[in-house]
Design a protein around this ligand. Structure first.
Ligand code: ADP
Ligand code: ADP
Length: 233
């Protein structure tokens, strides 16, 4: 479903401080799986995941999602493509002056969904992520876990084909982490949504991922089923 071929990203390619963050990375991810990418800080995980929705432009290589060549899209085509690729972040990236409801409605507004449909969809999403009763709260009034639930609802608003998770539980305590991971599993099972997550934490991978790739110096050094990769001597 997602095919990544020879993907590379070099920052400041012409300067003497040039950095190859992603280095000829190839990976295939199946529809409906929860795929984890693990590696130490600086391994290139964040750059990698940002290349998948073109928050970064690649230096080389291809990302194909459901037959669509993401890397070939022009800037003005990206907005539509991004509706198909949801993303959640370590620090949530919510709009602080908007309520829960309005944060979740934001991508629907941008997509031009009419008000009545927008309200219905937001209510549905609020139920899905377990925020019923908190619709009118502002992000500053929410716990970390609740903020990430808003992030997840917002990411799912336009029914994406894939959800990208960038260290989505790294700012949360262990108990909250578990509840957010469980929500991701529920969403994966209920919607059949493909999920790609990057993390530096092994327990996150063990808890919810079907397959995993280990990243080092911008490359995949090992990949396979989670049990295979982690229990092998
Ligand atoms: P990880 O997410 O695994 O910690 P990153 O993708 O954030 O790794 O970083 C990989 C390498 O790329 C690091 O050396 C980092 O300093 C560098 N890097 C990341 N983003 C940028 C940027 N915008 N400009 C220059 N270098 C960057
Ligand atoms: P953490 O996830 O570490 O608890 P916060 O949730 O407080 O952090 O903030 C997440 C991000 O949002 C940070 O990058 C922070 O700079 C930004 N932020 C926090 N409060 C506000 C605000 N009132 N207005 C704009 N940005 C904010």
């Amino acid at each position: 479903m997602i095919s990544i071929k020879d993907l590379s990203k070099v920052f400041s390619p012409n300067g003497k401080n040039s950095i190859q963050a992603v280095n000829g990375l190839s990976l295939d991810i199946n529809k409906g799986e929860i795929f984890g990418v693990i590696g130490y800080s600086g391994a290139g995980k964040s750059t990698f995941i940002r290349l998948l929705n073109r928050l970064e432009d690649p230096t080389d290589g291809q990302v194909i999602i459901d037959g669509e060549n993401i890397t070939a899209l022009r800037k003005n085509e990206l907005r539509l493509a991004r509706q198909e690729i949801g993303m959640i972040f370590q620090h949530f990236n919510l709009l602080w002056s908007r309520t829960v409801r309005d944060n979740i409605a934001f991508p629907l507004e941008i997509a031009g969904v009419p008000k009545q449909k927008r309200m219905e969809r937001v209510d549905e999403l609020i139920g899905l992520v377990g925020l019923t009763g908190r619709e009118d709260a502002y992000p500053s009034e929410l716990s970390g876990g609740q903020k990430q639930r808003v992030g997840i609802a917002r990411a799912l608003a336009n029914n994406p084909k894939v959800l990208l998770c960038d260290e989505a539980t790294s700012a949360l305590d262990p108990e909250t982490t578990n509840s957010i991971l469980q929500l991701l599993v529920d969403i994966n099972e209920k919607l059949g949504l493909t999920i790609i997550l990057i993390t530096h934490e092994m327990h996150v991978i063990r808890k919810i991922c079907h397959r995993v790739a280990v990243m080092e110096a911008g490359m995949v050094v090992e990949q396979g089923d989670v049990l295979e990769v982690f229990l092998h001597p």
